[in-house]
Design a protein. Structure first.
Lengths: 79, 224
């Protein structure tokens, strides 16, 4: 949950830079995402949609992929 | 209709989960105005994204439990609780069976109440289809919720005038609760009711040509 708290402001900072066209989050080293992490990912996705920035998640673990699918957001995964 | 709660809780609504509408905000506003003890235990049934429950938890420092039959809605409630930094116990289950033995200072619900087909076992329509008179879920909550109220506990259900508010008030009274209308709001018929207008008129649930409905928050208060 502490990681989820850090993720949003960190990405806000990155997205504030000019000329960001796409955001890919590589989750290869993330074994597990709880509802806090999912909340952070989904609100980042909302933010990127507002800004017209394409967002994708790469290399999710099976558990993370299942969670995203349960959330109806499996299409954010880029294989 | 925007939120009566300012600022509205931060939220995401996952695909297929019922989106907050005017009845959600009417319920949330009424819920936030109820007298509650410190550290109140609040239960939201048929919670969906749990916006009303999260508003109460945030405004009143209450301890929130939510119940929904949909796995995705349970996940959605947890996500929204986190977005608002509110603690939550989100359970998947069938109404009050999911909180057996627990009592609450406030129980709220915006249950499925659109008259039509019997409640389906899955799919998005599970969030609104409520049987021929719109009371399939309402009647079950009215029967089971009073036993889960703490002393001076309050039950708030929101629904349209088309699904017989007097039946809700009568069920409260029969369970020993003091029954009244906590809030009422007139608005145009929602899209689902509009689509079913012909059959609702035939069933006598809408007057011929009726284009507006009252949505009410029905309150039942337990004794000390």
């Amino acid at each position: 949950m502490a990681a989820a708290f850090r993720l949003e402001p960190e990405l806000e900072r990155l997205l504030a830079a000019r000329d960001v066209r796409a955001l890919v989050l590589d989750l290869a080293d993330v074994g597990f995402v709880d509802s806090a992490g999912l909340g952070a990912l989904l609100s980042i996705r909302e933010r990127t949609t507002q800004l017209g920035i394409e967002m994708a998640i790469a290399r999710p673990s099976d558990a993370v992929r299942r969670l995203l699918e349960l959330a109806g957001s499996g299409d954010v995964v880029r294989d | 209709m925007s939120s009566a709660i300012e600022p509205a809780p931060r939220r995401v609504v996952l695909p297929g989960v019922f989106r907050p509408r005017s009845d959600t905000w009417l319920l949330a506003g009424a819920a936030c105005r109820q007298p509650l003890p410190a550290g109140a235990r609040v239960l939201e049934l048929c919670a969906g994204p749990a916006v009303a429950g999260i508003a109460v938890a945030r405004e009143r420092g209450a301890m929130l439990t939510t119940v929904d039959v949909s796995r995705r809605a349970v996940l959605n409630a947890r996500v929204n609780a986190w977005l608002n930094r509110v603690a939550i116990r989100a359970r998947r289950g069938d109404l009050l069976a999911a909180v057996k033995g627990d009592r609450f200072d406030l129980i709220i619900a915006n249950p499925p109440y659109v008259p039509g087909p019997r409640p389906p076992s899955g799919g998005a329509a599970r969030a609104w289809d409520a049987g021929s008179r719109g009371r399939a879920i309402l009647d079950r909550i009215c029967a089971a919720a009073p036993a889960h109220l703490a002393p001076r506990g309050i039950l708030l259900l929101v629904h349209s005038e088309v699904c017989d508010p007097d039946a809700t008030l009568a069920a409260y009274a029969a369970a020993g609760l003091a029954a009244d209308v906590a809030a009422r709001q007139r608005g145009p018929l929602g899209p689902l009711l509009r689509k079913r207008r012909a059959s609702l008129e035939a069933a006598g649930l809408l007057r011929a040509g009726q284009t507006a409905e009252d949505v009410l928050v029905l309150r039942g208060r337990a004794g000390a």
